[in-house]
Design a protein around this ligand. Structure first.
Ligand code: AP5
Ligand code: MG
Length: 193
């Protein structure tokens, strides 16, 4: 199964993707995690990406697409994958469409976690205090939310028009939200039969 998980920063994409990966036996691909690994490793790409990420802006489409293409070549993705944090704008959605057509692996579903900004601000504040992730400081979170509203929100319409989108309430206990996501996937696959 090949899934895109959409949602604002802090909406729980990473948390839920980890569970979906285990439940469905598919790969979890987070472009944010890949970029943070490059930053940590101090690669030239990581050095370029760091300032952009710390400012809460999007890293260039070319860099992220190249990283994703490389990741999709790894064998653990053959059983399927969850994309977390990609696509983040319409150009990336188009690029993904072309890439998946080329490798013959079309998407099965796009799930969107809906979480109000007030909850996101609370969640990221807690994580900022606990883990100190650089882009979780309140001002950068506001910037990330703006970037999401301007550039990423239209991606949901893109998938809705293609009949792939299911929206899920992303507020509540983590297990409860996971149950909602699994139910959404199940009803999609039943509808497809
Ligand atoms: P990325 O790493 O993708 O970050 P993000 O989407 O902005 O947000 P998070 O990862 O913080 O949130 P999440 O939705 O995964 O939620 P999580 O499960 O962590 O991107 C970082 C940066 O990299 C971008 O700003 C950009 O610069 C760059 N980048 C990445 N992809 C890119 C792309 N495609 N193109 C260009 N640039 C790109 O949960 C958040 C917190 O809430 C956690 O502490 C968690 O424990 C908690 N939590 C989760 N669920 C619940 C719940 N139900 N109740 C209470 N708390 C909860
Ligand atoms: Mg994440």
């Amino acid at each position: 199964m090949r899934i895109v998980l959409l949602g604002a920063p802090g909406s729980g994409k990473g948390t839920q993707a980890t569970r979906l990966k285990t439940e469905l036996g598919i790969a979890h691909i987070s472009t944010g995690d890949l970029l943070r690994a490059a930053v940590k490793a101090g690669t030239p790409l990581g050095l370029r990406a760091k300032a952009v990420m710390d400012a809460g802006q999007l890293v260039s489409d070319e860099i992220v697409l190249a990283m994703l293409e490389e990741r999709l070549e790894q064998p653990d993705t053959h059983a399927g994958f969850i994309l977390d944090g990609y696509p983040r704008n319409l150009a990336q959605a188009d690029a993904l469409d072309r890439l998946l057509k080329r490798i013959g692996q079309p998407l099965d579903a796009v799930l969107k976690l809906n979480v109000p900004d007030a909850d996101i601000i609370k969640r990221t504040e807690i994580r900022f205090k606990a883990e100190g992730r650089a882009d979780d400081d309140p001002e950068t979170v506001r910037r990330r939310l703006q970037v999401y509203a301007q550039q990423t929100a239209p991606v949901a319409d893109y998938y809705s028009q293609r009949g792939l989108l299911t929206e899920v309430d992303g507020v509540g206990a983590i297990e409860e939200i996971f149950t909602r996501l699994m139910a959404a996937l199940k009803s999609r696959s039943t509808a497809a039969v």
